[in-house]
Ligand binder design. Structure first.
Ligand code: GDP
Ligand code: IMO
Ligand code: MG
Length: 424
């Protein structure tokens, strides 16, 4: 039976999912996003161009079908901006892209609610991307959401009712909206009309029929496991299930359809926004990793917090997702380091543990490190595993042994070409 594979982040997002989905896409008939929304920023680099995708799957530059699944939250305005940019580069988007009728719509007032929620939290704010993600998923779960398929129905009335509810929550009247907010609403309504150019589908049927025909699917995760609403570092998480199970609910896939789960991680670790990050570095080493790795958010431009690789959190992510293959990214960023630290355990209240603590947000967690010698050579031009320096092989072997899953792809630079598949 045809299966579908999942590729998802094992850390706090920005592992390089977009790059690898683009590399793997030619092996599949279709690619689908299953959760998240324009909080994601997935970067692709090839033939000297660089593109950041937010709602559109990273398979869009290949000749495949691309699907935005029911688990995604879609902002029509940001979608239009992204889509028009792709159309300018010659991609016939309406012919390649399908959108689930059941995906939920991000309204302009969801952004206001996101901002108000953050303001109300004060110092405890999450540092969201401000795209209205949390409020949109809240409306979905509380059964107040508007779905993409609603644009084919009596949309105007549904939109006005939802907007009024949001304004009441915000303690605002329509008249109190600023010029800028009014302009945003007008543009958003215009973008709803633009959305009608696309084929809206019952994606659960299309996807299951595709698999029944013997075709294959790659499911593209957004964010990362440690941002999962159930298993991440709650409450400093996003509002969706970013884990493998999210592909089942976010696309209408039965669990037995799932084949390989590709778990992707950086050779070190980053996080953007607030929340626990046990291996975070506050010294010049952290600064240097950030500088060498160009660690600035693809969406918000925010500086990403940097630290050493955390095998406690990674082991947890491997377990939750049932990872069958590992992908290590940004190995080249560590090229110049004399020694590289790997966190294998935490010390919490004087006790050693290899579990990610329930109350990570309030506990003092001390990482326990093993130091490995650096490889001190330029990996960016390496194109085969035979060329790997010995210390780099040792680094990979150490991680594989600790996580109990083989590393099958190594990335040594942002370009499509800088990807090495290991022969195992
Ligand atoms: P995503 O959200 O998981 O798709 O990742 P992002 O696109 O937000 O962040 C990954 C960043 O690292 C992007 O700027 C990529 O171009 C870049 N990148 C991906 N792989 C590599 C790599 O192996 N080495 C280096 N130096 N950069 C990489
Ligand atoms: P990709 O797909 C990194 C983080 C935000 C914030 C928290 C909640 O590019 O890896 P939200 O706007 O979702 O309510 O914010 O989650 N966050 C991400 N961090 N990469 C992402 O996506 C993220 N999407 C959300 O910074 O801490
Ligand atoms: Mg990103």
């Amino acid at each position: 039976m045809a299966k579908c594979d999942i590729l998802l982040g094992l850390q706090w997002g920005d592992e390089g999912k977009g790059k690898v989905v683009d590399v793997l896409t030619p092996r599949y008939d279709a690619v689908a996003r299953f959760q998240g929304g324009p909080n994601a920023g997935h970067t692709l680099e090839f033939d000297g161009i660089k593109v950041v995708l937010r709602s559109i799957p990273s398979g869009i530059f290949r000749n495949n079908l691309n699907i935005i699944g029911n688990g995604v939250v879609l902002d029509p305005l940001l979608f239009r901006t992204e889509a028009e940019e792709l159309e300018k580069s010659g991609i016939d988007l309406p012919s390649k892209l399908r959108i689930s009728r059941k995906a939920h719509l991000i309204l302009p007032t969801h952004r206001l609610l996101d901002a108000a929620g953050e303001k109300a939290k004060g110092n405890a704010k999450i540092g969201t991307t401000g795209k209205g993600i949390g409020p949109t998923y809240t409306d979905k779960i509380s059964r107040n959401g508007l779905r993409v398929g609603d644009i084919e129905l009596d949309f105007e009335a549904r939109y006005q009712a939802a907007k009024e509810k949001h304004l009441a929550t915000l303690g605002l009247t329509d008249e109190q909206l600023s010029e800028e907010q009014r302009k945003l609403e007008a543009d958003w309504l215009d973008a709803i009309r633009y959305l009608k150019k696309y084929t809206l589908i019952d994606s659960e049927y299309e996807i299951n029929e595709l698999l029944n025909r013997g075709e294959t699917l790659l499911c593209e995760g957004a964010q990362g496991t440690m941002l999962d609403v159930d298993f991440g570092s709650y409450p400093f998480v996003t509002s969706s299930n970013t884990i493998a199970a999210g592909a089942c609910t976010g696309l209408g896939l039965a669990p037995h359809r799932i084949g390989d789960v590709y778990g992707i991680f950086k050779a070190y670790c980053t996080r953007v926004g607030a929340g626990p990050f046990p291996t975070e570095l506050f010294d010049e080493t952290g600064e240097l990793i950030g500088k060498l790795g160009h660690e600035f958010g693809a969406v918000t431009g925010r500086k990403r917090r940097c630290g050493w690789i955390d095998l406690v959190a990674l082991k947890y992510a491997v377990m939750i997702n049932g990872v069958t293959r590992l992908i290590m990214m940004k190995s080249d960023v560590l090229d110049t380091f004399e020694t590289i630290k790997v966190c294998t355990k935490y010390k919490v209240d004087g006790e050693l543990t290899d579990r990610f603590p329930f109350d990570a947000a309030t506990r003092k967690i001390e990482p326990v490190y093993t130091e490995l010698p650096g490889w001190k050579s330029d990996l960016t031009k390496v194109r085969s595993e035979e060329e790997f320096p010995e210390n780099f092989r040792n680094y990979i072997a150490f991680i594989e042994k600790q996580l109990g899953v083989p590393v099958t792809i190594i990335s040594v630079g942002p370009d499509r070409e800088q990807t090495i598949e290991l022969k195992k």
